[in-house]
Design a protein around this ligand. Structure first.
Ligand SMILES: [Zn+2]
Length: 288
């Protein structure tokens, strides 16, 4: 949800309706963490677990999969962090720098801001903090939880693109019969739920498809290179539906033939990439 795009009357109206689902939903973030966990070195896995075990926050359980959902729960009571979860690269005028508010200087510690920043910048800042031996234990735990979450967010294509439609939240889909959804929740929740209800099992089946060649190809890069990739996925896959830019047209949009099956493959690919890259980030940042 891109609250900064909305006027006050719309903001008030939105406060009366249920909040849209978060990127990937909680299950998707757990799937990403479960894929990543399998690729962590034993020493880094132990470090992750030790950091999470030392966490005094009780918002989410302290296992790695649950901790990957923490940032969305935290956002509910810390709205100043809400823009950190996405990067609104506009389909009609892609500009990473403007979608990132001009890459503002980060505060120290990184958890204190700035509020106007994008997921690309925040992920880089928290990764640097995680790797810095001078970071306090409390801030390192926060940095770890944000990194666990933001790698997933950045790979959800509707969190790296915008069609002036609040990340697809305005696009109503006609799914046949009583099934309705909006484009955003279709991608972040429905497609993942269709893969299965157990994140560990979904992760295992996705991991089985990741070849050593994939892994080598996906490792490397940084948030600034992963964002355009996620944006390209949005352009080539998500927005192949006949939706208009903006939020004025509320008519349900039919999915083109084959869209749902193709979307499921694309969502799986993005979850796999996110899992491999999350492990890669953690293995470097927390290397002994
Ligand atoms: Zn999020």
């Amino acid at each position: 949800m891109k609250l900064r795009d909305l006027g006050l009357p719309v903001l008030f109206a939105l406060s009366l309706v249920p909040r849209p689902a978060a990127a990937w939903g909680y299950e998707g973030h757990k799937v990403v963490a479960a894929i990543a966990r399998a690729y962590l070195t034993p020493a880094v896995r132990a470090k992750v677990d030790a950091l999470l075990a030392a966490d005094t926050d009780t918002l989410e359980p302290h296992d790695m999969l649950s901790a990957a959902t923490w940032a969305d729960s935290w956002r509910n009571s810390h709205r100043e962090t809400s823009q950190w979860h996405f990067v609104d690269i506009e389909l009609d005028k892609p500009d990473l720098a403007s979608a990132c508010f001009g890459f503002p200087p980060t505060a120290h510690p990184a958890s204190s801001g700035p509020a106007e920043d994008c997921v690309v910048d925040r992920l880089a800042a928290f990764t640097a903090e995680l790797a810095d031996p001078a970071t306090s234990q409390a801030e390192r735990i926060l940095a770890l939880k944000f990194v666990l979450h933001f790698v997933g967010d950045l790979h959800q294509p509707l969190h790296a693109s915008d069609n002036h439609d609040h990340g697809g939240n305005c696009v109503v889909l006609a799914l046949g019969g009583p099934r309705t959804s909006n484009l955003h929740s279709f991608w972040d929740t429905r497609l993942v739920e269709d893969m299965g209800s157990d994140p560990e099992a979904v992760a295992a089946s996705l991991r089985a498809k990741i070849t050593p060649t994939h892994k080598i190809a996906w490792e490397g890069g940084d948030p600034k290179s992963w964002a355009p990739e996620s944006f390209a996925v949005a352009k080539q896959s998500v927005y192949t539906i006949a939706s208009k830019p903006g939020c004025d047209d509320k008519a349900p949009v039919n999915l083109p033939a084959g869209y749902e099956a193709a979307a499921k493959n694309v969502a799986a690919l993005q979850l796999e990439r996110a899992g491999v890259r999350l492990a890669w980030v953690l293995n470097h940042a927390l290397a002994p």
